[in-house]
Design a protein around this ligand. Sequence first.
Ligand code: GNR
Ligand code: NI
Length: 167
Amino acid sequence: MSRLHILRYPDPRLHKIAAPVEEVNESIRTLIADMAETMYAAPGVGLAATQVNVHKQVVVIDASETRDKLVTLINPELVAATGVADCEEGCLSVPGIYEKIARAEHIVVRALGPDGQSFTMEAEGLVAVCIQHEMDHLKGLVFVEYLSRLKQTRIRAKMLKQQRQSA
Ligand code: GNR
Ligand code: NI
């Protein structure tokens, strides 16, 4: 397994649209293992392939406290979304920024697992927020894009300054 580099906002590659996975094979399972290692090391609650510059519809999530409940979603589709809830979100691609975003409270998602089998899962709370956040990454959308223009401009400037200082 290897740890992958996570792209930082405002990298334009975070806006690429991920393609569906055509076949769940060994190379996809290697990607999943590397993404899980990267997510746990960060540490983060989720990671989308887009964030590691792989533009395929693959997401890993673990919202458990024990960090031993990995969920892999390949080609995820939202089947249902109800209610609205505000949750403070963060993103490994936008370190240090936390903002409240309105999301569906309860969702049903269908996806393929690492074995290529289709499954449906229901989620609420942090897992539901995280799934929606990761599915946005696959569409090239970063959570800060839900914020006002002014906030986006400030966040972009802060990230660019951080990147200059660490370079
Ligand atoms: O680690 C993460 N925490 C988090 C907290 C609230 C809402 C969403 C998230 S996802 C984030 C990891 C990440 O950037 N995934 O794309
Ligand atoms: Ni993110």
